[in-house]
Design a protein around this ligand. Structure first.
Ligand code: HEC
Length: 122
């Protein structure tokens, strides 16, 4: 009786640990840093970070460090001195990069691009 209780308890602990470790791996790569209120306000109230988390983080990483898609963090401002050029890539797509012009409004794309240039670090 006691043995059964102990092994059942151990199983539950093992399961809890497995779920916890699994969640660490599942959550951390796709959870982008939050958007500061000033950046949201400058984008007309659109939260670029939330959109980035939903639409871009799966390929570019939650912190913009890359994955299926190339690294964006610390790179995009140097690569696209004019934000319009970066907006064009997101709107029209390029190679393995999907076009978002039909799925997001121009304001939403501008907010995401601004988020990657400021919060994720140009
Ligand atoms: C299905 C995966 C995927 C998704 C989703 C995705 N991207 Fe990309 N992205 C890519 C790939 C792959 C490239 C490289 C394209 C190439 O080689 O021409 C890329 C390239 C880019 C570039 C150009 C980077 C450079 O160094 O030239 C930018 C900017 C970019 N993506 C932003 C975004 C944004 C913003 C989103 C969300 C709205 C997004 N991507 C969603 C896969 C993705």
């Amino acid at each position: 009786m006691l043995r059964r209780f102990v092994s059942g308890f151990e199983m539950a602990v093992l399961l809890a640990v497995a779920v916890f470790v699994g969640m660490l791996f599942l959550n951390s790569p796709t959870k982008p840093p939050g958007t500061p209120a000033a950046v949201v306000a400058a984008a007309g109230g659109i939260d670029g970070g939330e959109l980035y988390g939903n639409k871009c983080a799966g390929c570019h990483g939650g912190d913009g460090s890359g994955g299926i898609g190339p690294r964006l963090a610390g790179k995009v401002v140097a690569k696209f001195p004019d934000p319009a050029d970066q907006i064009a890539v997101v709107t029209n797509g390029r190679g393995g990069m999907p076009a978002f012009g039909t799925r997001l409004s121009a304001d939403e794309i501008a907010a995401i691009v601004e988020y990657t240039r400021t919060v994720l670090g140009g």
